[in-house]
Design a protein around this ligand. Structure first.
Ligand code: ADP
Length: 438
């Protein structure tokens, strides 16, 4: 048995997690560290000093290394928050703070993008990394060359000493054309000429070995290969185990997000749908405003668990709810004025919860039907993740509505998805078959 291990690193919204699996895919070590809160200098602005990510990454990898004596890492794969971006010089030194995934300050840049970008471009809106790159570049002197780097791009840079690389999942919100694998002309027109766009690789593509100084500091072998990263949500889908066309992942967190693996990309600006490259396939996703946030308005998690035991998932509630936290829905129905439908409210709280769970299950089924109507495959099985995935009564109720198996995903951690990708990359021969990035 080979003694090596495969490391996944996740730079998430609240902390940094690292995890290692062995050559059989079994988890053998884990470490996590909290990350400092970002700063909010103005309404809509959410900023962070990238150096504090790097401190956390070194800390978490050092902690992991101490658990991996005898099973040294062979490769590291990583993911980070999607749409978090900074500008750096050619040596990777940050120029100012990073604008975080939830920063919405780049509205002027978004207006400029809106005039040039295709209607269904994921680079639209003030949260896109393209809007952030333009906004950050505006305050700079016109002479110096800079690189636009996502959080994950910059961390792979710190690990390897090589900057100016990204992956096609992160680069999607920077305007990269993932169908044809190039930077379209309109992106170059939008962005100041001094800002260099990254070269885009497949997530998991080998970049380089660890910088020897970094390797020594964190206690990893200098031979450890660093792989191109991806976004946190794509990594979580990998962790859940979706792989073949028809595999679907429903996230029952604060909001309801559904995704299905498809043989071809599907997009719709009306419904806010776009597709990520996903191995040799595509991942098509849509997000409803419904979800666990509505449940939390009425019940805490313990009440949900207790009341659920009194619900018979084989029968209908007789209620016809459309649970929303407030007016407005994007997907599976595009209606900015859609009102929540939560009446009549029965006196029995278990029956009320039944109606809520059923209402969300109907939206889930309508969501998959909408994706299919737009060209994605009908799901053949659904892996559930998020807080609602552990509810077995809800799972049964959803399976009955969908008419296909619904399973709680064994793994939900993005870091696990990246460890799995690292292991697959290092043990597969399909790497050479990926199209060449431009
Ligand atoms: P997020 O990360 O999106 O904030 P989580 O994945 O942690 O959310 O899930 C939290 C949500 O899960 C809450 O909105 C809560 O209402 C819901 N939830 C928690 N426990 C249950 C349960 N047993 N059944 C259904 N929903 C649940």
């Amino acid at each position: 048995k080979r003694p090596g291990s495969f490391v996944g690193l996740d730079i998430g919204t609240s902390g940094c997690r690292a995890l290692a699996i062995d050559d059989q895919g079994i988890q053998i070590a884990e470490a996590r560290v909290a990350m400092p809160e970002p700063v909010r200098p103005r309404p809509g602005s959410v900023e962070q000093d990238p150096e504090c990510w790097w401190q956390s990454v070194q800390e978490v990898l050092s902690a992991l290394a101490r658990q991996l004596q005898g099973q040294p890492p062979i490769a590291i794969g990583l993911d980070a928050t999607s749409g978090t971006l900074l500008l750096a010089d050619a040596d990777g030194r940050p120029i100012g703070p990073a604008l975080m995934y939830d920063d919405r300050s780049a509205s002027e840049a978004a207006d400029r993008i809106a005039r040039l970008a295709p209607a269904d471009s994921p680079a639209r809106g003030p949260g896109s990394s393209l809007a952030k790159a333009i906004s950050l570049a505006e305050g700079l002197a016109p002479e110096g060359e800079t690189l636009a780097l996502h959080q994950s791009d910059w961390i792979t840079g710190r690990l390897t000493g090589r900057y100016g690389l990204s992956d096609w999942n992160n680069a999607l919100k920077l305007g990269y054309e993932t169908r044809r694998l190039h930077w379209p002309d309109w992106v170059r027109t939008c962005i100041p000429g001094t800002v260099g766009l990254p070269r885009v690789l497949a997530p998991g593509a080998p970049i380089a070995s660890l910088d020897p100084a970094v390797a020594a500091r964190i206690g990893f072998p200098p031979t450890t290969l660093v792989l191109a990263g991806t976004t946190d949500s794509t990594a979580a889908v990998m962790a859940a185990g979706a792989a073949c066309p028809g595999d679907a992942v429903t996230s029952l967190g604060s909001t309801l997000v559904i995704k299905v693996v498809s043989e071809r990309p599907v997009g719709s600006s009306r419904y806010g749908i776009y597709s990520h490259r996903f191995g040799d396939h595509w991942l098509v996703g849509g997000a409803s405003n419904s979800g666990g946030r509505v449940l939390r308005r009425f019940f805490d998690d313990r009440e949900i668990a207790e009341l659920s035991r009194r619900i018979d998932p084989e029968t209908d509630s007789g209620l016809d709810y459309y649970p929303l936290p407030g007016p407005g829905e994007r997907f599976p129905h595009h209606d900015p004025k859609l009102e929540p439908r939560l009446e009549p409210r029965p006196s029995d709280p278990a029956r009320f919860l039944h109606g809520l769970l059923e209402g969300i299950a109907v939206i889930e089924a309508e969501g998959y039907a909408r994706l299919a109507e737009l060209g994605a495959p009908a799901p053949t099985r659904v892996l559930s993740v998020g807080g609602g995935a552990r509810n077995t009564v809800w799972t049964r109720l959803r399976a009955r509505r969908l008419g296909i198996p619904v399973i709680a995903a064994e793994h939900q951690e993005a870091a696990f998805g990246m460890a799995r990708l690292a292991r697959e990359t290092m043990t597969s021969t399909t790497l050479a078959s990926h199209p060449d990035p431009t």
